[in-house]
Design a protein around this ligand. Structure first.
Ligand SMILES: [Ca+2]
Length: 305
C-alpha cells in the first residue's frame, strides 16, 4: 500500500474511537476563522496529536481506519459515524492490500473489524467466515452467531446481523472458497445473496433456485433458516445443529455445513459433523464418503450495476 499517512491530501489515519482527534478537529474548526479548510492544512493540524501510523511491517493486521475527509467533516457536524460500509468502499478509496479494516455497517452502532480481500477484479470482498486451523470453536449459540466471534485476521464468523444489515442495504453476491486435505481447491459463486432479519431466522436467499447443484443435481445449500444448537429452525424433526455441530442454514440436515467441527489431517474422513460442502467433493472422490475440509472462507461483495 502506498503511504497514505498524514502527508496525504485525501485521507489520514486515525483510530475510529479517537475522541482526541475529534477534539483536535473541533479546535481546528474554531480557529480557522471561516476560511476554506484545505485537507492538507487539516492533516497538518492534527498530525502532532495523532499516534504514529502503524508500521507497515505489521501487515496484514491494519487496526487503523482510513477515513476520507469529507466523511470526517460530516461526522464532526454530528452526522452518523463516518467511514466505509464494506471492503469495496475501502478499496474504492485507494486501499488495495488484503487485511483487517474497520467498517461502519448501516443500522449498527459499533464499528466492525473485517478482513478485506482487495486483490480482485470486480470489487473487494468482505469476509464473513474463515476456517483454516481449528483455532476457533464454532460450536456456538444463536447469540454468538448473531454477533460474530473469532478474530477477523484468522478464523471467525463475522456475524449474522452484520451480514443481514449489509445485504439488505445493497445487492450482494456470495463466494465460497474451499480446500480439501488432498490439496484440491474449489469454489461456489452465487450471483445474489441476502440474509433476512433475525425475526426471519436469518434465512438465506441465493440466486436462481436458491442453491447450487452438484453434478448429480443435488442441492448443496438452499434457502433455509439459520439454526444453532439452542435455536432449531431447520427442516428436520431432529436438531441438525446438535448432530452436525455449529450454526448453519440446515435443511434436514443437508449436505453442507462449513461451520462444523475442524478435523486434522489424520481425522478428516467419515465425519458427518465436520466442515462439509456436498460430500466435500473433490475430483478424487467417487463414492459417498464424507470428508471434512481443510479450509473454507465465505465472502460477499456488492453487485455492480
Ligand atoms: Ca428441527
Amino acid at each position: 500500500m502506498a503511504d497514505r499517512g498524514l502527508g496525504q491530501r485525501t485521507s489520514l489515519w486515525l483510530h475510529p474511537n479517537s475522541t482526541r482527534l475529534k477534539e483536535e478537529l473541533d479546535a481546528y474548526q474554531t480557529t480557522s476563522c471561516g476560511e476554506t479548510r484545505t485537507l492538507w492544512g487539516l492533516s497538518v493540524a492534527v498530525a502532532a496529536s495523532l499516534q504514529k501510523k502503524p508500521n507497515a511491517s505489521t501487515f496484514p493486521i491494519v487496526d487503523w481506519t482510513p477515513i476520507a475527509m469529507d466523511h470526517l467533516e460530516q461526522g464532526a457536524a454530528g452526522a452518523d459515524v463516518p467511514g466505509f460500509r464494506d471492503c469495496e468502499d475501502i478499496r474504492k478509496s485507494g486501499f488495495n492490500k488484503d487485511g483487517v479494516y474497520t467498517i461502519f455497517v448501516p443500522n449498527m452502532n459499533q464499528p466492525r473489524r473485517v478482513f478485506c480481500v482487495m486483490d480482485t477484479s470486480g470489487g473487494a470482498w468482505t469476509l464473513i467466515q474463515r476456517r483454516e486451523n481449528g483455532a476457533v470453536d464454532f460450536k456456538r449459540s444463536w447469540q454468538e452467531y448473531k454477533q460474530g466471534f473469532g478474530d477477523p485476521a484468522g478464523e471467525h464468523w463475522l456475524g449474522n446481523e452484520v451480514v443481514h444489515q449489509l445485504s439488505s442495504s445493497a445487492n450482494y453476491s456470495l463466494r465460497v472458497e474451499m480446500e480439501d486435505w488432498q490439496g484440491n481447491t474449489f469454489y461456489a459463486n452465487f450471483g445474489y445473496f441476502q440474509l433476512d432479519s433475525e425475526k426471519e431466522f436469518y434465512r438465506i436467499y441465493l440466486d436462481k433456485d436458491s442453491g447450487i447443484s452438484t453434478r448429480q443435481g443435488r442441492l448443496i445449500l438452499r434457502s433455509n433458516n439459520f439454526s444453532t444448537h439452542d435455536a432449531d429452525h431447520d427442516n428436520c424433526g431432529c436438531n441438525c445443529a446438535v448432530i452436525m455441530s455449529g450454526g448453519w442454514w440446515f435443511d434436514s440436515c443437508g449436505p453442507s455445513n462449513l461451520n462444523g467441527v475442524y478435523y486434522s489431517a489424520d481425522q478428516y474422513k467419515q465425519k458427518i459433523n465436520g466442515i462439509r460442502w456436498d460430500h466435500s467433493s473433490s475430483s478424487n472422490i467417487s463414492g459417498p464418503t464424507i470428508f471434512s475440509l481443510r479450509t473454507s472462507r465465505m465472502m460477499m461483495r456488492p453487485l455492480h450495476s
